[in-house]
Write a new protein. Structure first.
Length: 223
């Protein structure tokens, strides 16, 4: 399917050359189609980027859901969702693309994509929080507003722990302290007892060396 081919080609080029340095003609050349075919499916380069993020977050949420088991306590299920969401957002291709956009100072695009992430993610988390409320481990009244704040905390944590955003390796001690702060904030946000939310429940992600070194080489080539 041409649409899928265009999405895959655009993603490969964005990761290799950066978002700013990739033109629509580069994408269609890679697929071997005319520009009219691109515009049949996508209104702009931003639109194909949004399609890439949508694809990956839908796949990510499907993976998260595959871990869900209703026989485990609701709080454990909530922690599992939070940890996997954080880990997959950081180490997967959406995380790598986001880091490229941060480095290119694409603030408006990042905000647009994060709003899309909210639309995709919030419906998957609401049933888990409802279970937590029923079991008395959280006391959330305004689900969608609360989860929007939750995603904001996760976004801040991802940004704080990314060496590709700050231009240097993340200090594990600093990241650990920020994770502790995020845990306390989420306890308060979900009206849960102190210590309820634990990022340590799943191994915390850090970028693979080959991913970082590859992107650094691309940066040097474009300077």
């Amino acid at each position: 399917m041409r649409q899928a081919e265009l999405i895959d080609a655009a993603e490969e080029l964005f990761l290799a050359a950066g978002y700013q340095n990739t033109m629509i003609q580069d994408i269609v050349k890679k697929v071997g189609v005319a520009q009219g075919t691109f515009y049949y499916y996508f209104a702009s380069k931003d639109a194909v980027l949004e399609a890439i993020f949508t694809k990956h977050f839908q796949n990510m949420l499907a993976e998260i859901k595959s871990y869900h088991q209703n026989h485990i306590p609701a709080l454990e299920q909530l922690n599992l969702f939070i940890n996997l969401f954080y880990k997959l957002s950081y180490s997967g291709k959406p995380g790598l693309l986001a880091k490229i956009l941060y480095k290119e100072k694409q603030g408006l695009l990042i905000n647009q994509l994060w709003r899309k992430t909210q639309m995709i993610s919030i419906p998957s988390l609401i049933p888990i929080l409802e279970r937590c409320n029923q079991e008395g481990v959280t006391h959330v009244q305004h689900m969608e507003e609360t989860l929007a704040f939750f995603l904001g905390i996760i976004a801040s944590l991802l940004e704080a722990s990314s060496p590709l955003i700050h231009g240097h390796e993340s200090n594990p001690e600093v990241v650990s302290r920020k994770i502790g702060i995020a845990e306390k904030m989420l306890d308060t946000l979900f009206s849960a007892p102190n210590g309820s939310i634990r990022f340590q429940a799943v191994d915390l992600p850090f970028p693979a060396e080959e991913e970082c070194s590859g992107m650094e080489k691309n940066d040097q080539q474009t300077i």
